[in-house]
Design a protein. Structure first.
Length: 395
């Protein structure tokens, strides 16, 4: 991207794309209590757990599959196609005649959603100097949590008329599409090499394989935390005795903490190293997740713990993406990010499934938070295996 305005346009449009992903993926978690209370389309805990799972399965497939397309054809093609797919199928979801159709539409929309984030992060890594790479990733991912905060606020305003959340998300996608088409600069300038200097196959052999495994496992654990919390936090807190408004408020507070954490994490990681910052972030996340298992009657204290948990849980996962971008060559960066996100999405699938099972058994609080704290410590062990500096690759 050679024009002076190119990096600015890429940053704004990438941020907006990630914000749409955050808005949509939090939407379903926000409406689960309403769907359960109204029995919409016969939905119970089993049905909502299945819908959340297949949605995240689509996200994982989309994230894993978009990388080669974006590395070979360019970031612009990847972003436009991803947003278009997500937009169309999001608008269709409130029209579902059955829970099965609802699940199918969520799956296809998830394909588009999953593809958005790796391409957006790869784009930002290219237009940002290496010394600011962590900040570029974390600032871009603030969009995700701004979208999640917007969902929480919109849910408080429109529920029980939950259909409006999908129509709002789809409308934002319709607005973004022409802007991407007209304004997003292409990442592969004319005359770029048709054959990459680093082939995609390098990701499954030394020296990339070992750090790749650490990143994949760390991303799996991190996304298990993120999606387990985003999908089930309101219902867990309702089961613990809090009102629906208070439970949705905690989801809002956690996502506000996530935005603060992203800004802080990027600054610390660029100053002190991405890997050390990631390790510290997951350790602190484990401590505060464990604290949420303790019943708290003081609302201020509870909200403070929820806020700090949000600061560290979500930004720790984004630091893994920043580390993946830092360690991989440009020719394979989008694919590496896609694999890290896509394999991590298996954790995103397991998170709501595992947490939903605990909720169904009446164990969501406190056992859900015990499990989350353990998962954060497993992420620490995985990232400890990853090098701090990019490996040397023979062309």
């Amino acid at each position: 991207m050679t024009s002076r305005r190119g990096p600015v346009l890429a940053a704004v449009l990438s941020w907006w794309t990630v914000a749409l992903e955050g808005f949509d993926l939090v939407t379903f978690g926000a409406i689960i209590p309403t769907l359960l209370e109204t029995g919409y389309l016969g939905m119970g805990v089993a049905e909502t757990t299945f819908i959340a799972t297949v949605s995240l399965l689509g996200v994982g497939i989309g994230a894993s599959g978009i990388g080669p397309v974006a590395d070979l054809l360019g970031r612009r093609v990847g972003l436009i196609g991803s947003v278009a797919l997500f937009t169309v199928f999001t608008l269709l979801q409130p029209l579902s005649p059955s829970a099965a159709v609802f699940a199918g539409l969520r799956f296809v929309a998830g394909l588009g959603l999953g593809a958005c984030m790796p391409v957006a992060l790869a784009t930002m890594a290219e237009v940002t100097p290496p010394r600011h790479r962590a900040k570029s990733a974390t600032i871009t991912m603030t969009g995700y949590h701004v979208g999640a905060v917007a969902t929480s606020l919109a849910a408080l305003a429109v529920l029980p008329h939950w259909q409006w959340l999908f129509w709002i998300g789809g409308a934002l996608g319709l607005i973004l599409l022409p802007l991407l088409w007209l304004a997003l600069p292409e990442s592969r300038p004319a005359g770029a090499r048709s054959v990459p200097r680093v082939p995609l196959s390098a990701l499954v052999r030394a020296p990339y394989l070992r750090p790749g495994i650490g990143l994949w496992v760390g991303s799996f654990m991190g996304l298990l935390l993120v999606y387990g919390l985003l999908t089930w936090l309101p219902q867990i807190m309702r089961a613990a005795g809090y009102s629906l408004a208070s439970s949705l408020g905690m989801l809002l507070i956690m996502n506000v903490g996530a935005v603060v954490g992203l800004l802080l994490a990027g600054w610390v990681a660029d100053a002190r190293g991405i890997k050390p910052a990631t390790l510290v972030w997951y350790v602190v996340a484990a401590v505060f997740l464990a604290m949420l298992s303790v019943p708290m009657t003081n609302t201020l204290l509870l909200n403070a713990v929820v806020f700090v948990a949000g600061v560290f849980v979500f930004s720790a996962q984004v630091l893994i993406y920043a580390l993946a971008a830092h360690l991989h060559h440009r020719d394979v960066r989008a694919t590496a990010l896609g694999l890290t996100a896509g394999i991590g999405r298996l954790g995103a699938i397991l998170g709501p499934l595992l947490t939903g099972s605990l909720v169904s058994a009446g164990l969501g609080h406190p056992w859900g938070f015990y499990v989350f704290a353990l998962v954060a410590l497993l992420a620490v062990a995985a990232i400890a295996l990853v090098p701090r500096k990019p490996p040397v690759v023979e062309n």
